[in-house]
Write a protein that binds this ligand. Structure first.
Ligand code: ACK
Length: 298
């Protein structure tokens, strides 16, 4: 029996070609905890026309989880279905929604999330050799490219941050975690959540104070993500409480220029953090700028 949420977002039949038989999915090990559930490494047989065994990532929500968590998984799944076939968006392979535990089966990004990757680089000399300024700019370009696609589909991510970007085996960044996403055309007023759950440090002032979200509030978050990349995974506004961040950002305070950050990159961040959302660049423009910056970095 599908739960209530199982048809959220599509409004038509609950079973579709994405549904995958549980018997062909083998769970191997836990990768970590997501916002609403758990993420596992798994192996599947015969998915999307692939005949051989394939390693996948499986996002699940436990049967005992509250309906909100289940509904969120279903919503995330719906957004993923719509946002497919782009090199910088995590690939959806299938789902299990007709029995518990429900699961989203997606591509396994073997280098994990960008925040953990960057932090490993900071503390681990081996990775530090690989991660050059050029690589970091490429990461930022990948994310801008994926976000450009998302915004062209009239979707908002609303939780863009390094923790929600994954890195695959070829070191390509893929946007994931669409748990907070909304489509601009059909979304109603953003349901109020407890502040503890909001990604305050990544949020634009108009989202923090007026609950307003737009492509340009995603652009603000992208600026913070850029800062995370350059600082190799530092927490934004270190040493400040969430409430102080809210007040200071509204007053015009901005994240400081990271050590060794090129002026052009810091200028780009500040463009993303303009108080007036209309004056922030589009993802397309950000991508082009980063491309030019990348060409000038050895
Ligand atoms: O850095 P990580 O290993 O990358 O730790 C987190 C953890 O699960 C909780 O989110 C990892 N994770 C999430 N989705 C995937 C995926 N599609 N492929 C590989 N790892 C993933 C994430």
């Amino acid at each position: 029996q599908p739960i209530d949420g199982a048809c959220i977002g599509d409004g038509h039949s609950q079973i579709d070609s994405w549904e995958f038989p549980r018997s062909k999915l083998k769970i191997i090990r836990k990768l970590g905890n997501g916002m609403f559930g758990e993420v596992w490494e798994g192996q599947v047989k015969e998915i999307m026309g692939y005949k051989s065994l394939m390693k996948v990532a499986v996002k699940t929500v436990r049967e005992e989880a509250d309906d909100d968590a289940k509904r969120n998984l279903i919503k995330e799944l719906q957004y993923m279905k719509t946002l497919q076939a782009h090199p910088n968006i995590i690939t959806l392979f299938g789902c299990i929604t007709m029995s518990h535990p429900m699961a989203i089966i997606m591509e396994l990004a073997t280098n994990g999330n960008l925040q953990n990757y960057l932090r490993r680089c900071r503390y681990n000399n081996i990775d530090a050799a690989i991660v050059t300024q050029k690589t970091l700019t490429t990461f930022a370009m990948d994310v801008a490219n994926g976000m450009s696609f998302i915004s062209s589909k009239k979707f908002l991510h609303r939780d863009l941050a390094a923790r929600n970007v994954l890195i695959d085996e070829q070191m390509i960044c893929k946007i994931s975690d669409f748990g907070y996403s909304r489509d601009i055309i059909h979304s109603r007023q953003y349901e109020s959540k407890s502040q503890a759950k909001l990604p305050l440090r990544w949020m634009a002032p108009e989202s923090l104070y007026d609950g307003l979200y737009s492509v340009k509030s995603d652009v603000w978050s992208f600026g913070v993500l850029l800062w995370e990349i350059i600082t190799l995974g530092a927490t934004p506004y270190p040493g400040m409480s969430g409430s102080t961040v809210m007040i200071k950002v509204k007053e015009g305070y901005r994240l400081p220029k990271p050590l060794h950050c090129a002026d052009v990159l810091y200028d780009l961040m500040n463009e993303c953090w303009r108080s007036n959302p209309k004056l922030r660049p589009s993802f397309h423009r950000l991508y082009s700028h980063l491309e030019v910056i990348g060409q000038h970095i050895a």
